[in-house]
Design a protein. Sequence first.
Length: 491
Amino acid sequence: MTWIRRKVNDFLPQLVQEAPQTLLGLHEPQEAGATLFGLHEPLNEEGYQRVRDCGDKSSMESFLRRLLQSDEHQLLEIIPCLAEMCCKEKKVFEEVREILGHELHRGPDSTLGFSEASNSLLEERTLGMDLPQLPVQACQEAITMPTECWPFEPTTGSACGGFRLHWLAQPVPLGIWLGGRPCAPLRDNSFVVPCGDSGLQDVIAIFKDHEARFSRSFSYWEPGTLQSITPSSGAEGAEIKVITSDLGADISEVFLGGEKCQLLGRPTATEARCVVPSLICGPVHLQLSASNGNDLVQEAAFTVIEAVLFGSIGSSVELLDGGLAVRRSTGVNHGVCLSAKPLRLQKMERRFRVRIEEMSSKGGLRALAVGFAALSEVDLMPSGQVRPKEASDLNRAWLVGYDRGGALLCSPKSIQKLVSGSWRPATDLQVGSMLEILLRENQIIIYQDCKERARLSVPVEDGPGQNEELHAVMDLQGAVSCISLVSTMDS
């Protein structure tokens, strides 16, 4: 056998002044050193048994390569391992055909028919090799691999590229082309994805002896942009609608200020309806995710308004509209109204808004008073009703209003009359008037219809503490008979 091999190898260069070639028109350079066995045997069971029993590993590789090529099978990286298995384990021809048939359907990551030791041998022979240059036209010659579970992740990504694609199977390809562009290889079985056109793209994996095409297996998406959010502000529990550019897949999650929103209905790739969550206030960022991984982040996209409702009230007042409004039903006293919870401290100030809804023709010598109160147990009855007849009788309250020939500033330890020409609720208010009351450090500021009408200083020793919980307080007296609370937002 050695003599025959030497004679054949000596004879071939005399025939052609090129790279050594094998017999029978098989011109693959990797077969130049093969024996006669495997080069001309019939591709059937008889030929296989002759090579297995009389040949060696090299001749078995030649026979298997011819067998694969006759089936238009290009998964040639399995030949060295399979040839060694055939020689050592004396596999029968049908078993070999079955292995090759399974490999044809499973793709390059299949392990069917191979032992763990065989797979390890296969990995050692395919990993760590230099990446060959792949001409663009070679992509069209890659074998198409029909599979639903791709051996890489992710399968979607931004059309801008620049992220990693991880190869999950063995062997790891020497290179990857995505959408006609090469991916840059890294050391941890991953590749840097290039930029591409949105939509489904083919992935071509380059192995030592073949290329495997995974048709329409990767989807590029364009980074999303926010088109609109309606309304642009709202309180906890309000419904909003978000419209975006086409994200390439249905919207799956919406966050406001880091808090997850409850989705309403069935979102699409461009629209979602959701509910404003709790625990947030003021301008917040929007974060939105689609099921394909497309994320959208917009800073200060929505303003969460603090919902202020009426809580405890006096005996002459009734609640309306679920606590959004109050109306005096009888008498002139016991019209004190408190907010249901303390006002939020934001940017070192507290504020609330009131709209005048109804007024009677008779006001007498009384008028509306508004301000802030730090409640104590003596201010409320066990039933929750406000005990004092007037807000100025609360244990600790800071009020502006009433009328004693002009409006008053009432503090726990003092009462001051506003200067002539200042805000006077007895004469300045009418139906539809909007009041905004601010407490900033030790100043109470009154706005009426967006115009500043009063700025009053409270003595430091008589003022509220910076971290003291303060409720909005209104004393429904005089001609004003019905008011409502209006949610506030940053000016």
